[in-house]
Design a protein around this ligand. Structure first.
Ligand code: MN
Length: 499
């Protein structure tokens, strides 16, 4: 999917008038050099604009006000080249409603041992100027990212790049509209939740539509539109012979194409970037929209099955974070275990709706019966996923607040063919091991639906969770059950106290 080209990060350097005009001019020149350096870094996918050297409370307040009101600005990067007395920042930072990254860097990498004098020290005092700035962030209780290191160092650029992707997703989440076709799968608990709380926390709006609203669009699909889409399928996938034009089951694929055309038109017209379906409510549709969900996700749409709007939103946000990165991102479900001693694994899949972006190679497009839903056999893309690291993430509604859970996993190549499992499927070994990963996940209430990604890393999600102010628990190679359980208990107390 396309990266948001019109979004910006604003770079603001803090200083004061104590040093004289000449020093402030140098500060501005050096800041601009840093901004050009950051702007050229491949890791940072959006524009960075140098805004100002802010030297008074009024200037600081104004730049924060401007950032709040700018639809292009998705976050502020601040840096104190010199000392910037931080009472000047109270008014501005108190009203700032965009994410903040505090870049604790220095214009020169090394100490110039032979020439260093007090003038040099006074101009290059980020080491303590940024501490003064840091204090006021802590004093206000401001959520922020702190990145430490030389501004040309790859690790620093990686951290800033990851944070900027989280900021993009955070901005996107505040414009996100989710269309929910039908309600929840009946009696399911974890896919429920408070949509008002979610909108207050993440910014996105979830609204329901009847299936008749969708079928009206599906029925408008023309023969030539369907022909064109079938051609696209034939270009992109290995299409089963029976499904090809003239084949004995070509009408099944034409029906799937009509559903995709209608769904796409509905989502585009309403400016929705995520949607949910439920197999219990497909009135007027001939098939469960499987292929269309697989393809719309590949184009950047969020999706959740069985009415799961929280996962649909998370899939969308992770798609935004992942834009342009190697590896795909998909709606996912922990489906079945392999409990072989010493080789324990999870098979992840869904009935149909696994995103084609995670496919290893060209998927195969096949039609098979579906035992659930009582509709016609749906065509679907069938594929495996490349063996490389990945993660699964979920957000659950605990009643008064939201919790994110992340489990880092290693995808493995299936050693068998799986000839009777015609879906997109992934085999992974969760970290640290399956018993610990599953028991901690279950203890924390993690959903059976997740967003799986080989592009998004834990650091992207941590930054996003920080922006949202939600709890996050990580299950990775260092996780052990007793410590995890203690953290859950402490968090319970912390979130109760700050509520
Ligand atoms: Mn499901």
């Amino acid at each position: 999917m396309e990266i948001h080209r019109n979004k910006q990060l604003w770079f603001v350097t803090g200083s004061q008038h104590l040093y004289g005009q000449e020093a402030l001019e140098k500060v501005a020149v050096n800041s601009k050099k840093i901004v050009s350096g950051l702007a050229e870094a491949d890791q940072i996918p959006i524009d960075i604009i140098f805004k100002s050297v802010a030297t008074t409370p009024e200037e600081i307040n104004q730049v924060c006000l401007d950032a709040n009101y700018s639809p292009e600005c998705i976050g502020l990067i601040t840096w104190m080249h010199t000392f910037s007395p931080a009472k000047m920042w109270i008014a501005g930072l108190s009203i700032l409603n965009k994410p903040l990254a505090h870049l604790h860097t220095q214009f020169n990498r090394d100490i110039p041992w032979d020439s260093i004098d007090m003038d040099y020290m006074n101009l290059n005092q980020s080491a303590h100027g940024d501490r003064e700035f840091g204090f006021i962030g802590a004093r206000i209780g401001l959520p922020r990212k702190i990145i430490v290191g030389y501004w040309q160092e790859q690790r620093v650029l990686d951290e800033l790049g990851n944070w900027s992707r989280a900021a993009l997703a955070w901005d996107d989440s505040h414009h996100l509209k989710i269309a929910r076709f039908g309600d929840n799968m009946r009696e399911v608990a974890v896919t429920e939740g408070n949509k008002v709380s979610a909108q207050m926390t993440f910014g996105y709006a979830v609204n329901g539509y009847g299936l008749g609203d969708l079928t009206a669009y599906v029925n408008q699909a023309t023969d030539s539109q369907v022909d064109q889409l079938i051609n696209e399928y034939c270009d992109l996938y290995f299409v089963q012979k029976e499904l090809q034009p003239g084949g004995s089951r070509s009408s099944d694929l034409r029906e799937a194409a009509k559903i995709e055309i209608g769904l796409r038109a509905f989502l585009e017209e309403g400016d929705f970037k995520a949607f949910t379906t439920t197999f219990e409510n497909l009135y007027g549709l001939a098939q469960l929209p499987g292929l269309s969900a697989q393809r719309l996700m590949a184009d950047g749409y969020g999706f959740g099955a069985e009415g799961d709007w929280k996962t649909a939103a998370l899939v969308r946000s992770m798609k935004v974070m992942a834009a342009g990165l190697e590896g795909g991102t998909s709606f996912m479900e922990d489906y079945t275990y392999h409990f072989e001693p010493g080789n324990q694994m999870v098979l992840g899949a869904h009935m149909l709706e696994v995103c084609a972006s995670i496919a290893d190679g060209k998927p195969s497009l096949e039609v098979h019966p579906l035992g659930i839903g009582g509709k016609d056999d749906p065509p679907r893309l069938v594929f495996n996923v490349q063996a490389r690291p990945a993660l699964n993430a979920t957000i659950i509604d605990l009643g008064g607040r939201f919790r994110m859970l992340i489990n880092e996993v290693d995808v493995v190549t299936p050693s068998e063919e799986l000839p009777h499992l015609p879906v997109g499927r992934v085999i992974w070994k969760p970290l640290p091991d399956l018993p610990t990963a599953a028991s901690t996940w279950i203890l924390a209430g993690g959903a059976h639906h997740t967003c799986f990604s080989q592009a998004v890393h834990t650091s992207h999600l941590l930054d996003f969770a920080e922006m949202a102010g939600i709890e996050v628990m990580i299950i990775d190679k260092n996780t052990d059950m007793n410590t995890f359980k203690d953290h859950l208990r402490w968090n319970e107390m912390y979130y109760h106290l700050i509520a």
